[in-house]
Write a protein that binds this ligand. Structure first.
Ligand SMILES: [Zn+2]
Length: 205
């Protein structure tokens, strides 16, 4: 499995492009980029999908055009689906972002597995930043959206945010193997072990 990262948009949200023998997945295309479309088009014989960790504008605004151009399904947590067409919940109103409303092709719930080609993806609901924030675990790689960053966590002062739920979500992640690599929605990648040692928010749980 190969992972490439491309920060996109004003707030530099990390868009991940993941490829394996039989799958090509894009996580969080926050802004349309021809490079990301090209990635999915080049991998066309493989099974493809667009996964969204949550429905804030800086993680979703490229998804619709990407789907239109590549015929890949958009997958998001059931509890965050509304933000795809509600510009208050997606923060597009607050940040004056241009968001064309759209719907997901599939919604997922906590504990569900998605099979894309040869990749098995576990959906782990981690509410707090948004009600339906989802981490996606593929093998030893965790895509954590705006739940967990290197040395920090996502904000919990947005519509639908809840700091206590965030702490519960961090507790959930603290039980994961220390060796798991973490790929956040913003900033550098890290590991669960590193965050348990140095992320101050883990001392709150
Ligand atoms: Zn966010």
């Amino acid at each position: 499995m190969e992972i490439k990262v491309l920060p996109l948009g004003l707030i530099a949200a990390n868009c991940y492009m993941i490829s394996s023998n039989e799958a090509a997945i894009v996580i969080d295309p926050g802004k349309y980029s021809p490079l990301v479309a090209e990635f999915l088009i080049q991998n066309k014989p493989k099974e493809r999908a667009i996964l969204l960790t949550h429905s804030h504008f800086d993680h979703i605004c490229g998804a619709k055009q990407l789907r239109d151009e590549t015929a890949s399904d958009i997958i998001v947590s059931k509890k965050d689906e509304e933000g795809l067409f509600n510009t208050y919940l997606s923060l597009s109103d607050q940040f004056h972002a241009k968001q064309t409303p759209f719907h997901a092709d599939k919604t997922v719930i906590d504990g569900e597995f998605i099979n894309i080609g040869d990749l098995k993806i576990k959906c782990i609901e981690t509410p707090g930043h948004t009600p339906g924030s989802m981490c996606f675990l593929i093998g030893n790689e965790l895509f954590s959206g705006d739940t967990l960053f290197s040395g920090s966590i996502g904000r919990t002062d947005f519509p639908g945010s809840n700091h206590f739920e965030m702490l519960s979500s961090l507790k959930k992640l603290s039980a994961f193997s220390k060796t798991i690599n973490v790929y956040p929605g913003h900033g550098e990648s890290t590991t669960i072990g590193e965050e348990l040692l140095s992320n101050p928010y883990f001392s709150e749980i």
